[in-house]
Design a protein around this ligand. Sequence first.
Ligand SMILES: [Zn+2]
Length: 572
Amino acid sequence: MARILITSAIPYINGIKHLGNLVGSQLPADLFARFNRAMGHEVMFICATDEHGTPAELAAAKAGKPVEDYCAEMHQVQSELAKGFRLSFDHFGRSSSQRNHKLTQHFAGKLAENGLIAEVSEKQVFSIDDNRFLPDRYITGTCPNCGYEAARGDQCENCTKQLDPTDLIDPRSSISGSTNLEVRETKHLYLKQRALRDKLEAWIDSKTDWPILTTSIAKKWLNDGDGLQDRGITRDLYWGIPVRKGDQPWPGMEGKVFYVWFDAPIEYIACTAEWADANGKTDADWERWWRTDKGAADVTYYQFMGKDNVPFHTLSFPATILGSGEPWKLVDYLKSFNYLNYDGGQFSTSQGRGVFMDQALSILPADYWRWWLLSHAPESADSEFTWENFQASVNKDLADVLGNLVSRVTKFAVSKFGNQVPAGGEFGPLETALIADLGARIADYTAHMQAMEVRKAAAELRAIWVIGNEYLQSAAPWSVVKTDPAQAQAIIRLALNLIRVYAVLSAPFIPDASEAMLKAMGTADRSWPHDVPAAMRALPAGHEFSVPENLFRKITDEERADWQARFSGIRS
Ligand SMILES: [Zn+2]
């Protein structure tokens, strides 16, 4: 039994995520967590909401709520949606937790002790009417690059150029609209990433099994232009983790908070501590996942994220950990995803374009979405959601291939032999061939799942469903029953066992359908069919089963057209 730590990139708090976000980290991480539990490994699967920074403050102001209340509410909303999609986190935490406050301050203190923090005086825009500094999105003005008049202090949305608030032409406060601004001196902390460059490069070079996509992104940031830069880790904001040096005050930094990019990844660790708190565990219980001096030496750590998050996870967060000089667990394997596009364009949170998690669940259960998204995961390249493809995939793979097999076999069995696994006949050449074929395919499927090859795994699972249908087609129990009832019983005995095996294999992709299949088969035996001949006899003659409700329904052309129209424009 291995110990597997899995983290999904943590979703930002300001709103409901779309399906592109879901398939870029949380959903494939869940697939991998479920698979590893099924393998009998000890799994810790962690996710949280990313709650600090100016977007949260501004969204709360727009909603007319204190930012603490806004974040608490949105965390609840995201938590419910995660449950709706059957994301099996061991804990879904919050980056605003006291655990993260303490750990973030701890890391900053250690980095300072090791000479890796610089205090830098810089000029920032101060709003006299608002009586505060205006970092990032708190300031709006005309882009010096393209002339767009509503560019934000951190980036121009029109031309995507990264900006500094002092770059803007005709700047104004995003809070009050005031132009009564001046540039003032303020002091900030910088993490000296340049000093850690060689250590980071040596660590990345040691990861010979990482995908090219991952290492090439990391290397680009390390080496391009002037190379890796020192980065500000504090902000003049109200909402965030107060700047402290461990448990001591940080003179000169009063009233400032850590910048969200610094505290967000530390939440992976803090969230595991939150898990311990929520489950009556001790510090030792979470530390054995994260501290190599306290039991985590045998943990393998996997991270899941969209490709835009790779630099943070290969450079910034490791810089924090390596710089601390403490034996914290570093990532072993990083699985990154390209983008999912939507019906000829992009998903867009700001424009409300595409299908959002709440909308998806309001029209179809989680399994339909899980299957399509995972079987079309944007791994080697971007992929695209279209309603035609979604309808075709659901109707064919789920309804025709899997659902129909389960329905046909159980109904026929009950009508001819009653609700117990029939005892007659022996397995013949067709059954032996199917078992051999299944053995090879299940081994391939298991290997793809282990390697986090999501699309290949989905394709193999679909092929495993298909060969069951082909077997039934050839074995034809509905004809055989007329001439050789004992042989028909043997066919059905195998087919009922096949349903249990399908339930076990399919559980990481479609957990609800899997549960329904196991319940209908009257079993809680979830053992992975490493030994296929034995698995095909797991439900013995005389074992009771029932006919399940229809597992999957088809999507009609009218529904498809209706949804296509409904989700084409701006989210209301
Ligand atoms: Zn611009």
